[in-house]
Write a protein that binds this ligand. Structure first.
Ligand code: NDP
Length: 328
């Protein structure tokens, strides 16, 4: 799946070129992987814009960048054997050649392969470092997370619960809200499509918000900023409500509440913590194994040609938990 042109606003089918090419042959020190699970990530929208960011934009004609789990089907690499499952940035394609750099071995005893793209992969690590390091979480904090029923949000809320916090999730629709409170242990959930978020935050976080973990930006960020506790930490993880904007990003109109509440607002990129992935992955795997973190995944079956449609699901809120495409 190659990028055919730069999208304007929402990504359209015409922005992609699904091409058929010969399967590459691995050279010395390389292996060939066949894609089993493809990760769909909101950040992909940003990678399509031609503007400076934390990663270079995907070039026109380039295979779309993506994390995936592949099965090694041919190998000239001493450390990777045929039949193994590995995860890495192999792109939106059926086959990929790799020299093994940045590749993580999937341990089926630890978790399902798809979980290496979700709770045990980039979204789980984002939740872990965003909440514990950037959010400087403390026991007893009141934590509010937006995009709460998504890949990152479900893990943020559950980590906060196991650390002894009060957790309020903001998500779209009654089913997602019920999942948060009835299955994932959140103390309260706010359906931003049906409720007045400001009023609901007032009701569910009467003492104010100590950590606001923001996945969506826009009006919900504005609402959360009105309810900060003293010395609150606002973690800027993402702003999916703004990614398809054709105009400027909507900034918080009430940022002075940071001043009044002596609060801190800090952005981060999970890659900043790459050296500490092994320790975080071990801890996340332990929590998953003990049932303290329930893994929520939304698996769509299809082929690489279903990638554009699957990507669109994220922006319409059609996924619950980590969205992955199982490539048959
Ligand atoms: P999710 O699984 O949360 O999927 C996206 C969700 O966003 C949808 O299900 C939808 O849920 C919600 N959404 C979509 N449009 C809107 C909107 N206009 N307003 C409010 N909510 C909306 O995705 P991820 O967990 O993978 O990513 C969550 C956030 O984390 C993203 O902003 C992403 O960019 C960011 N991120 C940041 C990283 C970093 O290093 N800083 C790393 C990884 C992710 P609903 O039905 O509730 O609206």
């Amino acid at each position: 799946m190659r990028l055919a042109r730069r999208p304007v606003g929402e990504v359209r089918p015409e922005d992609w070129a699904h091409v058929t090419e010969p399967v590459p042959v691995p050279g010395d020190g390389e292996f060939l992987g066949r894609t089993r699970y493809l990760s769909l990530d909101p950040a992909m929208r940003g990678w399509l814009d031609d503007r400076p960011s934390y990663l270079p934009p995907v070039a026109i004609g380039e295979v779309m960048r993506a994390g995936s789990v592949v099965e090694v089907v041919a190998s000239n690499h001493p450390e990777f054997q045929v039949g193994e499952l590995v995860s890495g940035g192999f792109g939106v394609q059926e086959y990929a050649v790799s020299d093994g750099r940045g590749v993580i071995r999937v341990d089926p005893a630890l978790a399902a392969p798809s979980t290496y793209l979700g709770a045990l992969g980039m979204p789980g690590l984002t939740a872990y470092f965003g909440l514990l390091e950037v959010g400087a979480l403390k026991e007893g904090d009141t934590v509010v997370v937006s995009g709460a029923a998504g890949a990152v949000g479900t893990v943020v809320g559950q980590i906060a619960k196991l650390k002894g916090c009060r957790v309020v999730g903001i998500a779209g629709g009654p089913e997602k809200c019920a999942l948060l409170t009835e299955e994932l242990g959140f103390d309260a959930a706010i359906d931003y499509r049906a409720e007045d978020v400001r009023k609901a935050l007032h009701a569910h976080a009467p003492g104010g918000i100590d950590v606001y973990f923001d996945n969506v930006g826009g009006e919900i960020l504005d609402a959360a900023l009105t309810r900060l506790a003293m010395r609150a930490r606002v973690v800027v993880c993402g702003a999916i409500s703004q990614y398809n904007n054709e105009t400027a990003v909507q900034g918080p109109s009430n940022y002075l509440s940071l001043l009044v509440r002596r609060a801190r607002m800090e952005g981060f990129i999970v890659f900043d913590f790459a050296r500490r992935y092994p320790e975080a992955t071990r801890e996340l795997a332990g929590w998953i194994g003990e049932g303290l973190i329930k893994v929520k995944e939304h698996v769509v079956d299809g082929g690489v040609d279903d990638f554009p449609a699957a990507l669109g699901m994220l922006f319409r809120g059609e996924n619950t938990g980590k969205l992955v495409l199982r490539v048959g």
